[in-house]
Design a protein around this ligand. Sequence first.
Ligand SMILES: [Cu+2]
Length: 72
Amino acid sequence: MTKQLIHIKDMHCPACVIRLESLEDDVPGITCARASLRRQTLEVDFDEAVIPIEQVLNAVRDLGYQVDIHHT
Ligand SMILES: [Cu+2]
């Protein structure tokens, strides 16, 4: 299991949190998605054997958000 923190600059309300967290139900390979409105981040657990990180990012982009890999 791989964990990735994604910075999402244009999330702006609780509906964004719900939309982004629905990725764990809608995208095969994503097992957990936790969004923070205050931090403007999405923490994703995913199985790289099923879905590469670039496709995880594209799934977020498909919801209409701009993504930025969070370097820690
Ligand atoms: Cu919103």
